[in-house]
Design a protein around this ligand. Structure first.
Ligand code: ADP
Ligand code: MG
Length: 375
């Protein structure tokens, strides 16, 4: 990930209330942009301190959880694979435990043991990635999946089987947004929006009293395909346009199915709204991976989750699928006429559908029992 560049400045925007301005700090961290917009209710020194504290927590997490930094705690854990247990800090343990819950609730579509596959497909390299040679995918697949990562709560240890490599790219941004929001709350911020590379968390309302408006990027073009308005919770998108390469006229994206070893095809993007950014981030990746086969109706079983998926359709059209009660009203699409709306074949109704995911019927963090961990 990019080295953090502290280019942090304040930008008063749209003062709709006489005494309430929005203050913004911008940085680069975790290989992407990070911005915090704060409703200005404190003296400017306090705002300065609050914004700095939000950046600081994300910067610390980047140094700890990046697999682009050889000295990060995550890299040390990866280097220790095959050599037994290694003790980790509480927050790394927490994100791994949470990730294991999402692996289970997504029937293996989301899996942080995916590192060897991401590596095999060349996505860690700055050079253009390409389809791996013959047996490379099969060999990498052996290092991925259930049982490759063992967590023991008593001493907070992580054990990786030989060859297994953790990658938190699909959940660390969400976790960092939640931590930044928590820091803002602790310091008394009543209304704020945190945006870490498109994973967004909000609290309160904007200066003009309206909910925060968050744009959804058009999966096949420039600009936005729609927007949502929320006053709490988080939103995250996983799309095939973020990182990909084209070979033989086909697009191969950085989102890989841990069960087949191949980049997922047949979906353009999935946007998930959830009570926490960790949930939104993990579930947008999970839903993207499952979408071509299963659709996204299964997300309707996750507490407080609403989602939209965009699929390629005939004649350059885009097929749209919703999940979760009230999702159709929440996602405000521009040019709605251009879309084909269908239910996924064979799936239950996408509005508020309750389906069993793997062995669990809910995927909200905290409401499922943790996966097998030794004490
Ligand atoms: P982005 O980081 O582009 O916003 P995601 O949150 O979906 O998108 O995360 C994508 C990253 O997660 C990939 O770059 C890779 O490092 C990792 N990854 C890819 N496929 C999976 C998967 N099936 N489960 C967990 N992590 C994945
Ligand atoms: Mg994600």
């Amino acid at each position: 990930m990019l080295k953090a560049i502290a280019c942090f400045f304040f930008l008063p925007v749209l003062a709709a209330h006489a005494h309430a301005e929005q203050i913004r700090g911008n940085w680069e961290v975790m290989g992407t942009y990070f911005s915090v917009t704060l409703l200005d209710t404190a003296p400017s020194r306090a705002n300065d301190e609050i914004l700095g504290a939000a950046f600081s927590v994300v910067d610390i997490l980047d140094r700890q959880m990046s697999n682009y930094r050889p000295d990060s705690e995550l890299s040390r854990v990866n280097d220790f694979a095959g050599r037994g247990q290694i003790q980790v800090q509480a927050n790394l343990y927490e994100i791994l435990l949470t990730s294991e819950l999402f692996r289970a609730s997504s029937a293996g579509a989301f899996d942080v043991t995916i590192g060897a596959l991401v590596d095999a497909w060349g996505f860690y390299s700055p050079r253009t990635a390409s389809i791996p040679e013959g047996g490379v995918i099969a060999r990498a697949l052996e290092s991925v999946g259930e049982g490759r990562l063992k967590l023991r709560a008593a001493k907070r240890t992580v054990e990786l089987k030989s060859g297994t490599r953790l990658d938190l790219g699909a959940v660390a941004k969400g976790y960092a947004v939640d931590r930044a929001i928590a820091v803002l709350r602790e310091r008394g911020a009543a209304a704020a929006m945190v945006d870490l590379g498109g994973t967004v968390g909000v609290i309160g309302s904007k200066a003009d009293g309206e909910p925060w408006s968050i744009g959804i990027r058009h999966p096949a073009g420039n600009g936005l395909i729609g927007k949502i308005r929320i006053a709490r919770g988080a939103v995250s998108t996983s799309g095939n346009y973020e990182r990909f390469f084209i070979q033989d006229g086909k697009r191969f994206s950085h989102l890989i199915d841990p069960r087949t070893g191949w980049p997922v095809a047949g979906v353009m993007s999935v946007t998930v709204v959830a009570p926490s950014a960790t949930t939104a981030d993990a579930l947008s990746t999970a839903a993207y991976v499952r979408a071509p086969q299963d659709g996204i109706a299964w997300l309707g079983a996750c507490d407080g989750v609403k989602a939209i998926a965009f699929y390629p359709a005939d004649d350059d059209q885009i097929r749209v699928e919703f999940a979760g009660a009230g999702a159709e009203a929440l996602f405000e699409l521009s040019d709605a006429d251009c879309f084909v709306k269908t239910e996924s074949a064979g799936m239950p109704s996408s509005s508020g559908a309750k389906v069993t995911m793997g062995s669990r019927t809910t995927c909200a963090v905290g409401s499922v029992s943790p996966p097998a961990t030794d004490q």
